[in-house]
Design a protein around this ligand. Structure first.
Ligand code: GUN
Length: 283
């Protein structure tokens, strides 16, 4: 019977840490960290995410601003807005919610956000820094996953970790963070032969694909830790992860629910990253 790793409760602990840090920083530097979140268009899921990000910022007491831009905004105008925020000394963190409308080149947008204000950790300089083991911004979801694993006091050294999914946002960076903790890491993906066999080698299984029911209990090693990053709707329209919770939970030792697992931790770590950006800009 798996125990639940409660991401919602842990996210409150992290946000409370940030709240205390914000108060300290304001006392020391005379201003609060400031996060700007940009959304382009009306993707309903993105609208929920950005609203939750701004709400979390308000909870911590930091400054925040939500900029809502029309779906047909030109790439040039969006890049111009980002440059303006890069040059604004009061802004510490800039987040452009992805995905963007098709006529906008996401890579150009990511490259335009100045590295020091890149709270997502998507800038090529931050990606390189992560892989070279430098002190830099770590993408929010992978950082949240590590904090979830740490919260149960699990020692990763020498364990087999399997990451299903190879995105730049989750799969690749979390694999690097697991390597840093001396886990033996396998990255599986849509072309992996016999995904079940690969997953069954995992002491720690992380799924970040975006496909409901991709992994079920028969693919999980008894006693494994299961971290489900997926955020999908099933046939009944209910929010669910990549893991079939009903069959996986009895096999796992620990498992994250969807919702209430990784999602809230992503947002909490964004608050931490905003503090990190604020502090590196004081130097
Ligand atoms: N879309 C889905 N996840 C993310 C994220 O972590 N950051 C941004 N900017 N967009 C996202």
């Amino acid at each position: 019977m798996g125990q639940i790793i409660d991401g919602k409760a842990l996210s409150v602990v992290v946000k409370d840490e940030v709240k205390a840090e914000v108060a300290e920083l304001e006392a020391k530097y005379g201003r609060k960290p400031c996060l700007v979140v940009i959304i382009v268009g009306e993707n309903p899921a993105s609208q929920v995410y950005v609203r939750n990000k701004v709400k979390a910022a308000a909870y911590t007491g930091m400054e925040s601003q939500l900029i809502e831009l029309p779906a047909d905004i030109s790439e040039e105008a969006l890049l111009g807005k980002i440059v303006e925020l890069n040059n604004d000394p009061k802004v510490d963190g800039i987040l452009v919610q992805l995905p963007l409308p098709k006529h906008i080149d996401e890579e150009k947008v990511i490259d335009t956000i100045s590295r020091e204000k890149d709270v997502d950790g998507f800038h090529p300089g931050n990606v390189a820094g992560l892989w070279l083991g430098k002190d830099c911004i770590v993408p929010c979801t992978p950082a949240g996953i590590m904090r979830l694993i740490d919260s149960i006091g699990y020692e990763l050294k020498g364990k087999n970790a399997v990451v299903v999914g190879r995105s730049n946002i989750v799969g690749k960076p979390v694999a690097k963070l697991l390597l840093d903790r001396h886990a033996t890491v396998t990255i599986a993906h849509s072309r992996t032969a016999d995904l079940g066999a690969v997953c069954r080698t995992a002491d720690v299984l992380i799924t970040a694909v975006g496909k409901a029911g991709l992994v079920d209990g028969s693919m999980i090693k008894p006693g494994a830790i299961v971290i489900d990053v997926g955020m999908n709707r099933n046939a009944e329209g209910k929010l669910c992860g990549d893991v079939d919770f009903a069959s996986a939970e009895p096999v796992a030792s620990w498992i994250t629910p969807v919702p209430g697992g990784v999602g809230p931790m992503t947002i909490a770590m964004l608050m931490k990253n905003t503090i990190h950006c604020f502090l590196s800009r004081q130097k």
